[in-house]
Design a protein around this ligand. Structure first.
Ligand code: TMP
Length: 205
């Protein structure tokens, strides 16, 4: 269906998305399929600079400042990496526009229309093809966060915040189910690896 799809991985802290994206990128490497992989915030050198600023434990920004920084980081990725490689290489993205809706709107209450309109202004014709939405139980989320050696500024919210964010993701899913494949991150790593690779294959058939 898509020769060079754009695949996004979304989910709260501890939902396994970073591991899942690693499995898919290893699969692509083995098959010698050209791809780029980025994370948000971060990715391009300029976006990584903004990432450090947002997630630094010493930063104390207002939520609107965070929003604008996340969007600024996204624009650097779009201008320097994503538009250039659009439909030329497979693109894997660890968090994208849904993160901004889940965290800044559903988690922090910033106006959804404002976020949608800035995202559309930045993305223009750039469209993603599939989003793996990684879901995790409260218990596993808590355990996985506790195991992290270093915690950044966004790893330190109350559990109730992450619950709001995950519920936000589910609301986005309910609005547009075709865009997503749900991954139950409470299941085994191997099971999910197989699902993700088989969904990717379906996408490129
Ligand atoms: P990471 O730890 O998965 O790399 O993500 C960093 C944090 O940034 C994570 O807590 C989610 C948050 N974030 C937002 O709040 N809004 C956004 O638009 C993005 C991309 C990430």
């Amino acid at each position: 269906m898509y020769k060079k799809p754009i695949v996004v991985f979304e989910g709260v802290e501890g939902s396994g998305k970073t591991l899942h994206i690693k499995h898919l990128s290893n699969f692509l490497k083995k098959r010698k399929i050209k791809f780029i992989k980025i994370r948000e915030p971060g990715g391009h050198f300029n976006s990584e600079k903004i990432r450090k600023l947002i997630l630094n434990n010493k930063s104390k920004f207002h939520k609107n400042t965070d929003l604008l920084l996340y969007l600024a980081a996204r624009n650097e990725n779009l201008q320097n990496l994503l538009i250039k490689n659009y439909k030329k290489k497979v693109i894997l993205i660890d968090r994208f526009t849904d993160s901004t809706l889940a965290y800044q709107h559903y988690g922090m209450g910033i106006n959804i229309n404002l976020i949608n309109s800035i995202n559309s202004f930045l993305l223009k014709n750039f469209k993603t093809n599939l989003t793996f939405l990684n879901l995790v139980s409260k218990k596993n989320m808590k355990n996985r966060l506790l195991k992290r050696k270093t915690l950044n500024r966004y790893d330190k919210f109350k559990m109730s915040f992450y619950t709001k964010v995950q519920n936000g993701y589910l609301k986005l899913y309910a609005k547009n189910k075709n865009k997503y494949k749900i991954i139950d991150s409470n299941k085994s790593i191997l099971t999910n690896k197989k699902i993700i690779i088989s969904e990717f294959k379906k996408l490129t058939k």
